[in-house]
Design a protein around this ligand. Structure first.
Ligand SMILES: O=C(O)CCC(=O)C(=O)O
Length: 391
């Protein structure tokens, strides 16, 4: 039996499982990259269990580059070919690389360079943008305030982006209001970068629609008023890289991620039971399916399990754009993807609810969507009876 249910955007706290409770906080621990990058021992909280530690020299994942040039210039045969390749990759592992994507290379290199303006500041300066517990935007130096084990060896700055006209300077305003007028130029660069990412992701949504056999415009329209998240990832050097992870294994709870990594390397994806590395390529964006799109595709496309490793010689940077639905939209697969042979896998939900779940009640991992779905169906008070259908 599958259930088609809608949940309210403000779910109550999950109660039943330990997995859903935050761990005690490592209050006294401060992740100051300037100091920690030189230390020959690292705090216990950053040491991962043996079975999750990074493996030495994982094999490279050979995946074809998907050329978007023809599709973006309106060639129907090129669009069909690109959509077939995208569909194949999403059924297999939920991960692909795109080239000739139309994004200005100088915008990408500025976006990388300007990360130093923020991350190379003293800790106290960065803390002006401190991310609060339960919120998804701001500066996080590891997750020392929220968790006490398996901490990631990284710093991040996250902020919201939406292409809607009312929010047209959302990124620039964020930088200026949080960090002051000296950071307005950074805000402009990341506003332009997010706008390019939003456009590119809507193009990829057309390919995903075609590949799934629904109207080409279906998912593009769904994400047109997206309320997305941009994250700047900064991985300091680490003298014990074999004991920790820059980003632990997880599937993104969001819909589609477009990542650009610098030339250091460190991204790994889990394919056929094995961690595989993804070599950096300055001309390519790494694209992966997230949990929300997996639900929109009624489970046909895989949310990609991935992680990032660190190293002792170079710091590493990556730019991650997480495409998210508008918070008011109901996440439900199109009718063409549901039938008796393919019954509903996940309940309907709002992105606002899943976002809150991952920020307040659950540490995103490879089981986020399953845990969220179980939690949703255990909460009778948040079902709307008119939208509950058994199929
Ligand atoms: O930096 C990377 O390569 C991966 C980043 C990532 O997985 C994330 O930000 O969620």
């Amino acid at each position: 039996m599958t259930i088609n249910c809608m949940i309210a955007s403000e779910p109550s706290m999950p109660q039943s499982t330990n997995k859903l409770k935050d761990e005690p906080k490592a209050k006294s621990l401060v992740f100051d990259a300037k100091l920690l990058q030189h230390q020959s021992t690292i705090p216990q909280q950053f040491i991962w269990p043996d079975d999750e530690k990074p493996c030495a020299n994982p094999p490279e994942l050979e995946v074809p580059f998907i050329d978007l040039g023809g599709f973006l210039s309106g060639d129907p045969a090129a669009a069909r070919r690109a959509s077939e390749l995208v569909g194949e990759a999403c059924r297999k592992h939920g991960f692909f690389l795109v080239v000739n994507h139309g994004v200005d290379p100088s915008l990408i290199s500025h976006a990388h360079q300007h990360m130093d303006d923020f991350f190379l500041q003293p800790l106290q300066q960065k803390q002006r943008a401190q991310r609060k517990i339960g919120e998804h935007c701001g500066y996080a130096s590891s997750f020392t305030g929220r968790f006490s084990t398996k901490l990631p060896w990284k710093e991040t700055l996250s902020f919201e982006y939406s292409p809607q006209s009312a929010a047209s300077h959302i990124v620039e305003d964020y930088f200026t209001s949080t960090l002051g007028g000296n950071f307005t130029h950074l805000g402009k660069v990341y506003e332009a970068y997010c706008s390019a990412m939003s456009r590119l992701s809507l193009g990829i949504m057309e390919l995903l629609g075609m590949s799934l056999g629904v109207e080409r415009g279906h998912f593009k329209e769904f994400f047109e008023a997206n309320e997305s998240i941009m994250r700047l990832n900064y991985y300091p050097r680490c003298q014990r890289p074999q004991e920790t992870l820059g980003t632990g294994p997880h599937c993104d709870p969001t819909s589609l991620t477009i990542l650009h990594q610098d030339d250091v390397g460190g991204l790994q994806v889990h394919v056929d039971g094995q961690w595989r590395s993804i070599s950096p390529n300055p001309d390519a964006f790494v694209v992966n399916i997230g949990d929300t799109f997996m639900a929109l595709s009624n489970g046909r496309y895989k949310s990609c399990l991935h992680r990032a490793v660190v190293n002792s010689t170079s710091s590493r940077k990556s730019l991650a754009f997480f495409l998210c639905p508008n918070k008011d939209r109901l996440v439900t697969p199109p009718p063409q993807l549901v039938d008796s042979a393919n019954p509903r896998i996940y309940p309907d939900f709002s992105w606002a609810a899943l976002l809150e779940f991952t920020q307040k009640h659950y540490r995103a991992d490879m089981n986020t969507m399953k845990s969220f779905a179980n939690w949703v169906i255990q909460q009778p008070q948040i079902f709307s009876s008119s939208s509950c259908l058994n199929t």
